[in-house]
Design a protein around this ligand. Sequence first.
Ligand SMILES: Nc1ncnc2c1ncn2[C@@H]1O[C@H](CCC(=O)c2cccc(C(=O)O)c2)[C@@H](O)[C@H]1O
Ligand SMILES: [Zn+2]
Length: 389
Amino acid sequence: MIPSHRSADHPRPVARRARGRRPGEDPLTDRSADHAVASTAPADPGARALNTFIAGLPKAELHVHHVGSASPRIVSELAARHPDSKVPTDPEALVDYFTFTDFAHFIEVYLSVVDLIRTPEDVRLLTYEVARDLARQQVRYAELTITPYSSTRRGIDERAFMDAIEDARKAAEADFGTVLRWCFDIPGEAGLVSAEETVRLATDDRLRPEGLVSFGLGGPEIGVPRPQFKPYFDRAIAAGLHSVPHAGETTGPETVWDALNDLRAERIGHGTSSAQDPKLLAHLAERRIPLEVCPTSNIATRAVRTLDEHPIKEFVRAGVFVTINSDDPPMFGTDLNTEYAVAARLLDLDERGLAELAKNAVDASFLDEGGKARIKEEIDRYTTGRLTS
Ligand SMILES: Nc1ncnc2c1ncn2[C@@H]1O[C@H](CCC(=O)c2cccc(C(=O)O)c2)[C@@H](O)[C@H]1O
Ligand SMILES: [Zn+2]
């Protein structure tokens, strides 16, 4: 059973070129090899059929990072503009560059890509192209995590930054039909200075972007205790934002408890170590607090050793509300569709189970109720259509 806060009797689930568009070209048709490295077609006909189902399944994504979603072509294009950067300009070389020895190494590589985003036009191009990639995967709605401090600190004007992301958001909705909302997160390791700057940008009515819905906390967890950020989350929540900090990704369940108790988390980014604490699992399940699970991310950053050891099975067994996400897809050589295929394998899901997972993400989102209903109806129509054809 893929639990969700809906009725318990819902069916048990059995089993990468930002280039100008040619006139009249469908904005989603792009023959460039500029996708995340999609998984190779599985040998098993059943798995192939599920992958085909997943590719067309309308989805929502709740845990995916702005800079972390820059496709290999975008990153190499930006690296070519900035020869002083150590980021490779060759997309192939980028695959090796995006191979991490541990979480700290991941953050180091992540920041080298942040350094490439230097102008408001870089921000706009990146945001629009990330939306294109999401739309290609039938993502109808995504909450994109943005770290404005990391960009304004590197010299991008705050007003120009906000205009760039909002322009791209509106263009993406018009061109691709994909609805984007923003989560602003604090890069925790940058300390309380970054926390103050982030909450200022998120709550100053002269700056706060229309698409902003939530407030997060990212970066390394080790040595960055959550409770110190309580005053900033209190201000963000008072301004109407939802609290969605990372927690339990590289530290134990106590970090998840802190995120719940001090930061009033409504969802938890990763929450991987929650499986070590039966009381925490029971609490998450009983309070229906969704986990934003990113399976391949956890392997790529070495937070979890192998997919077969990933605690997602324990989460479902404990009745925890699970959503599937890609985190930083090109950096981890994955995409959202691949993450759904991973979930299908680990949870033994069939099409109906996958549709339930997709609806979990819609239910856990901060989209308005009308928008949620529309996407869930589309998921049901798609699923019924595929299963009866
Ligand atoms: N899986 C992840 N788990 C956690 N975070 C993740 C994940 N994926 C992506 N991120 C992003 O990485 C950034 C890290 C930025 C950071 O640590 C840092 C440290 C010191 C200075 C500065 C600076 O800019 O001056 C930045 C976060 O903002 C977050 O949004
Ligand atoms: Zn993340």
